[in-house]
Design a protein around this ligand. Structure first.
Ligand code: BGC
Length: 715
């Protein structure tokens, strides 16, 4: 695919100009310093200003006027007047910040991810951004990895749905529509399986796991028309992804028909040398261009060695022309040749950034992302009485998670939001308690005095968790418990003999088992963005009845990891009996603390009359869901299926559908799912995607561990 304009340009371009299009550096090289987010080493890049003037894109520089000026300065010097492309990590928020993607996924509502990304697109497009490095759709099973916060979680189906929604949210129906930006799915492929949860580590995935579980979400982005695909930092099958021809040419382009642009992750082309795949930058440029990576981000081997490689007959010029064509086509599709500023507009920035409508939607979405993990009839709180509030997250004004490059301030602190609801609030020990990294603060005498202030409160809320900076890139941990002092604070507060509610702020499932018995209620808040506090206050007071469901299992202990629901049966499954030669741990049961799909509300539902029947040639699974309480409930009814035996073994359960219904007090509703052969397909030993007839367990339930089952032969 190309246009006459692009072909004419390619004919006129020198090889240096083409390689310039294929290179991305931070705005630092154009003499601007603010807004630069450096996530890797800035090695001496050995380039001069003439190279900089030819580069085709930059990243993480914001502001309508600033980007217009940069574009003007750049175009003035550009021989062929090819506009620059402005990319940025606006992932779940720019000025209005939404919950982290893992939390968005817990809303089990793709529309939320869509609306959040649509608003992110509008706000950042007004600030001059053309493309976002999102959505991140790496499947994750290891909460030690800090980047689980950016992912939609452990399930391939949910992950694919959320990814697709985000691509559509960012890109809209057409990139010609105002307020849209192009999307870039990342990190292709398998980055979420970094060994031991250590960031940038290599990945060991069988071909089967890769195809069956890890690739579908990226494929969903491609099918939804995503414009760009980013490599990952990991080595897979012995090849760094940025030099992985099989991923980028065979699968992405040939098999999936991807027509857009590919980009390396930050410095990842240079890292192929460090990985030991190639000897030097010359080898890196050759390997990565041949693998099909169009843009080199934050290293300069393409511009340094591309021409030499061609002149020496080591690299085909056709590959450089094709990469250039891909990039210029994207610029054309974004309309940059006709309007190089695109939607950059200072007035629009003022109008849109954190506007009332965006904040309102952010609060609604944040409420739906909260997961109630435990409730001994304490929540919701009546709107009077006195509340004691303690812990490091009660009075802070920034609970955003690791990837916010715009505005990182909450509208309110949690303390303010609770006061706003009409409670008397007494705070204590809100400062000085280290979170995860520096959690060595001791509960000293002055803290004892502080805690006494809460003796006469009716209820105590403790806000605990991990620092936002302890999540995201480069934030792997081996210990995912609350800090010693946070746990100690919780035990000490319990001694006041008041109902104790813990609110957990985290970018990953933490190991919270030690505090579960002492807390009367536990709310998983993740990082909810700008409207975090208001959303939490709505849930605490019952203005919103919690409806979030876990998109990632909570381990009982770090030693169980990976613990995810969609696992295989062993030949010796554990049945709960105390047997030795059985697949179990001696010191811990196999189940997670809280399973995938789990989450409570303030009401009670019952599932009855579950059946699977054939109606007009369609196989329909249905269940009646009854609200047994007087409060309105948003229920997520989940469909799981197991292929009982097949030519390759299949997981004991796989999510195949879900429906969110709203039930008024005591209302009941019938929920139906059509079982199609398409949803029963899998990758066979020969990598054909097939349906095999046989027995299937069809399960409907409230979460992955609480299901009812019917076995059916399907042919
Ligand atoms: C991250 C990417 C990000 C890029 C640009 C890298 O370090 O892995 O996810 O898009 O930096 O900021």
């Amino acid at each position: 695919m190309s246009s006459e304009r692009i072909e004419a340009l390619i004919t006129k371009m020198t090889i240096e100009e083409k390689l310039g299009q294929m290179t991305q550096l931070s705005p630092f090289f154009w003499g601007v310093e603010d807004g630069v987010d450096i996530t890797g080493p800035l090695e001496a890049l050995s380039i001069d200003n003439s190279v900089v003037s030819r580069l085709g894109s930059t990243l993480n520089y914001f502001g309508a006027d600033k980007l217009k000026k940069l574009q003007d300065d750049y175009l003035e010097k550009s021989r062929l007047k090819i506009p620059m492309l402005f990319m940025a990590d606006v992932i779940y928020g720019y000025k209005t910040v939404f919950p982290i993607p893992l939390a968005l996924s817990c809303s089990f509502n793709p529309q939320n991810y869509h609306d959040a990304t649509q608003i992110v697109a509008k706000e950042s497009a007004a600030s001059g951004i053309h493309l976002t490095f999102a959505p991140m759709s790496d499947l994750v099973r290891d909460p030690r990895w800090g980047r689980v916060m950016e992912s939609p979680g452990e399930d391939p189906y949910l992950n694919a749905m959320m990814t697709e929604a985000a691509v559509r949210g960012f890109q809209g129906d057409s990139l010609n529509d105002k307020g849209t930006i192009a999307a870039c799915v990342k990190h292709f492929a398998g980055y979420g399986a970094s060994q031991g949860g250590r960031d940038y580590n290599w990945v060991e995935l069988s071909k089967h796991s890769l195809w069956q579980y890890y690739l579908p979400s990226y494929k969903a982005a491609v099918d939804a028309g995503v414009k760009m695909v980013m490599t990952a930092f990991n080595v897979i099958d012995g090849i760094p992804t940025s030099a992985n021809k099989s991923l980028f040419r065979d699968i992405l382009r040939d098999k999936w028909g991807f027509k857009g642009v590919t980009i390396s992750d930050y410095g990842a082309i240079d890292e192929t040398v460090i990985n030991g795949l190639v000897k030097d930058g010359y080898g890196a440029a050759k390997a990565c261009i041949e693998a099909g990576i169009d843009i080199e981000m934050m290293s300069t081997h393409y511009v340094q060695y591309g021409k030499k490689l061609v002149e020496e007959g080591r690299l085909s010029i056709d590959l450089i022309n094709q990469a250039t064509r891909n990039i210029l086509m994207l610029k054309e599709e974004l309309g940059l040749f006709d309007n190089p500023y695109r939607y950059a507009d200072a007035k629009e920035e003022q109008k849109l950034h954190k506007c009332k409508e965006h904040l309102k939607r952010a609060r609604e979405i944040a409420r739906e992302s909260i997961v109630l993990l435990k409730n001994n009839q304490i929540l919701p709180l009546e709107e009077n009485g006195s509340i004691g509030m303690a812990g490091p997250f009660v009075a802070v004004d920034s609970t955003m998670g690791g990837w916010v490059l715009g505005d990182d301030k909450n509208s309110f602190t949690l303390e303010e939001a609770i006061r706003e609801k009409g409670f008397d609030v007494i705070t204590s020990v809100t400062k000085g308690l280290g979170a995860m990294q520096d959690g060595c603060f001791d509960i000293e005498d002055w803290v004892e005095e502080e805690i006494k202030k809460l003796e006469h409160c009716d209820v105590i809320i403790v806000g605990v968790g991990e620092n936002a900076q302890d999540t995201g890139e480069g934030a792997s941990k081996t210990n995912i418990r609350l800090s010693y002092n946070q746990e100690k604070l919780i035990y000490r507060l319990k001694q006041l003999n008041k109902p104790l509610i813990a609110i957990i702020f985290s970018g990953r499932p933490l190991e919270i088992k030690p505090i579960v018995p002492v807390c009367d209620a536990i709310i998983e808040a993740w990082f909810l963005g700008t409207e975090s506090s208001g959303a939490l206050a709505d849930v605490i007071t019952g203005v919103y009845n919690p409806s979030g469901r876990l998109a990632m299992s909570f381990p009982q202990t770090v030693g169980q990891i990976p613990v995810h629901y969609n696992c295989y049966n062993t030949g010796r499954p554990y049945s709960g009996k105390d047997e030795r030669y059985i697949s179990r741990y001696l010191d811990c049961s196999n189940e997670p603390l809280y399973p995938f799909g789990y989450g409570l509300s303030y009401g009670e539902t019952e599932y009855t009359e579950f059946k699977v029947e054939t109606v007009k040639n369609k196989m329909i699974a249905s269940v009646i869901v009854i609200n047994k309480s007087n409060v309105e409930i948003k229920e997520t009814v989940q469909l799981y299926i197991r292929d009982v035996y097949a030519t390759v073994v299949r997981p004991i359960k796989e999510l195949k559908g879900f429906r969110q219904i709203v039930l008024k007090g005591y209302e009941k509703q019938r929920v139906e799912f059509e079982i199609t052969k398409e949803m029963l397909k899998f990758y066979r030993y020969d990598y054909e995607y097939v349906f095999e007839e046989g027995e299937f367990d069809i399960m409907i339930g409230k979460n992955s561990a609480d299901t009812q089952m019917v076995r059916k032969y399907i042919s």
